[in-house]
Design a binder for this molecule. Structure first.
Ligand code: GRF
Length: 205
């Protein structure tokens, strides 16, 4: 299955997916990495890894979201993309785009949804005083961070020593495990072997 990974920045989740896809038995090939920002560090990494990587800058498309999304969609179609993974793609999507890819587009979000949709999730988790935090892979629908949940990984919160950055790093390490596992699951229906408890985390796909 030919997948595209949409990014806006550093692209560490993209990297974990690219790495997973190099395994002979992984059911996907990364055919395209696409960023809405030309300066996304992830583009350089993808090119160095031999993956086709392009920018479709939203700035060149004026204020209309759908104009930009049509340009993105054309790039996806031109590359024969069958499935889309959002990985730190910082654009709100219109119903036009989410409908076009309904059932064929997933996202990773750094909280245990439905808690903390949107941004600054780690600060908000600390402020709320939760003792368990984590990340979620979910189907993308028109409502932001609202689509059906596919998989989650949970990590402990240590309120006396955690800062947002420390907590973010703990969650990110699990994102890199969870996203490839959830993608494999959604593409094959297989329960991934990594489901279960690991040190400092609980992963359920
Ligand atoms: C991750 O925390 C992801 O969950 C969120 O944005 C961040 C992107 O990081 N959607 P990276 O670009 O994958 O390193």
């Amino acid at each position: 299955i030919r997948i595209a990974i949409l990014i806006s920045g550093r692209g560490s989740n993209m990297r974990s997916l690219v790495t997973a896809c190099t395994a002979a038995d992984f059911p996907a090939t990364v055919a395209l990495v696409l960023s809405n920002r030309e300066d996304a560090a992830g583009l350089t990494y993808a090119r160095e890894a031999g993956v086709r990587a392009i920018a479709v800058p939203h700035k060149s498309c004026g204020k209309d979201r759908e104009t930009h999304e049509r340009a993105v969609n054309e790039a996806l179609t031109a590359s024969g993309i069958e499935f889309v993974c959002l990985a730190g793609y910082m654009r709100l999507l219109t119903p036009w785009f989410t409908n076009a890819w309904a059932g064929r587009m997933i996202n990773i979000h750094p909280s245990l949804l439905p808690l903390f949709p949107g941004t600054h999730t780690h600060e908000r988790a600390l402020e709320a005083g939760v003792r368990i935090h984590g990340c979620t892979v979910h189907h993308v629908t028109a409502g932001m961070d609202e689509g059906p949940i596919i998989a989650q990984a949970a990590v402990p919160v240590f309120p006396s020593t955690d800062t947002p950055d420390v907590l973010a790093a703990r969650v990110l390490a699990q994102e890199h495990v969870l996203y490839p596992a959830a993608l494999r699951h959604i593409l094959t229906g297989m329960t991934p072997e990594c489901a279960g408890m690991a040190e400092n985390s609980l992963i359920v796909v």
